[in-house]
Design a protein around this ligand. Structure first.
Ligand code: ADP
Length: 319
């Protein structure tokens, strides 16, 4: 392999830039040429492709977002769209592609693989919902953004003796809510993986109140319902003065944490190694702090596993 491409796709995540940098530098280190595909699959179909040099990825390791920009591209879901993408890659002499993104982006990479084009998926999403890896690039940064907000909300919740419902992202996964709830000391965490029971939420609030607690923080994953909806339910069922905070897109931005930069560097570099070894159709990940890779088709078929022991622990520590 002499020339590879790299793109970022779907929801952006802090650390994607560090991954792009790793792909470019690792490839050049091994004597390959690297092309950046701008605007995800949209840029792939339209040929928004440019050569990247060592300096193209200078000064980006600490930046949030993605310098390659991202896009949603419904046309790429069709076979015609995918074939058009492959034609663009071939026209540029690009023999393999690194796709950095979430599960939708992985499905795009899988589609290219099934058409015989070598792709390697690198998990980049704040949701931590990609199978075949314990952590995704961006999750740690988003988590730290959330707990910074929760710590601040706790100050005002305590001054005013209020119950705060904090809605966090995560799509259909509860990872961000769970990790934020445990590290932020939330009284209750609602995740899509475990149907909530209003009576037990109410009971926990009452118990806390009886032992003199001045405030409560409830973290709701967006995959359960909106924070506003849940706050309404609390007000209907209790007398607690409740406020809502929807953290929204701030969770997707910011300078990546050291953990995300390291993860992105390791995964991006591993993706290049796989292409050099002639192993397309793989998805890279990290398990027990070791790099792993799976067949991308098998990876997409694996269920995402939330750490249920941690979920139980969060309940035990918030009695
Ligand atoms: P994420 O990668 O963050 O999950 P999306 O789900 O929006 O974000 O997916 C990003 C892009 O991946 C989509 O806009 C589309 O171009 C492509 N994609 C998603 N699903 C498929 C699919 N089944 N086949 C081919 N491409 C897909």
């Amino acid at each position: 392999m002499k020339r590879i491409g790299v793109l970022t796709s779907g929801g952006d995540a802090p650390g994607m830039n560090a991954a792009v940098r790793a792909v470019v530098r690792k490839a050049i280190y091994h004597g390959l040429e690297v092309y950046g595909v701008y605007q995800g699959y949209h840029g792939l179909m339209t040929g928004n492709i440019q050569k990247l040099e060592l300096g193209s990825v200078g000064d980006i390791i600490h930046r949030g977002g993605t310098v390659l920009r991202s896009a949603r591209c419904p046309e790429f879901v069709t076979k015609e769209g995918q074939k058009q993408g492959i034609e663009q890659l071939k026209a540029h002499g690009i023999e393999g592609l690194v796709v950095i993104g979430g599960d939708g982006s992985y499905r795009g990479a899988k589609a290219l693989t099934e058409l015989g084009y070598p792709c390697v998926g690198v998990p980049g999403t704040i949701d931590n919902d990609i199978p075949g890896t314990e952590f995704t690039i961006g999750f740690d940064t988003a988590l730290n953004t959330v707990i910074d907000a929760v710590d601040k909300i706790r100050d005002t919740a305590s001054s005013h003796e209020r119950t705060f419902v904090v809605e966090v992202m995560g799509r259909d996964a509860g990872d961000l809510a769970l990790w934020a709830g445990l590290s932020g000391g939330a009284e209750t965490i609602l995740i899509p993986e475990d149907p909530y029971d209003m009576e037990s939420v109410k009971e926990r609030l009452m118990k806390g109140h009886e032992r003199g607690k001045k405030h409560s923080i409830i973290i709701v994953a967006e995959g359960v319902m909106s924070g506003t909806e849940f706050a309404k339910k609390i007000e209907e069922n209790t007398d607690f003065d409740t406020r809502v905070s929807v953290l929204g897109h701030m969770q997707r931005g910011g300078s990546p944490t050291a953990a995300d930069r390291v993860l992105a560097s390791r995964l991006g570099a591993r993706a290049v190694e796989l292409l050099i070894e002639g192993k397309g159709g793989r998805a890279v990940g990290i398990e027990h702090n070791k790099l792993v890779d799976y067949d991308i088709i098998e990876a997409l078929a694996m269920p995402h596993k939330l750490d249920l022991d941690m979920y139980r622990l969060s309940k035990e520590l918030s009695i």
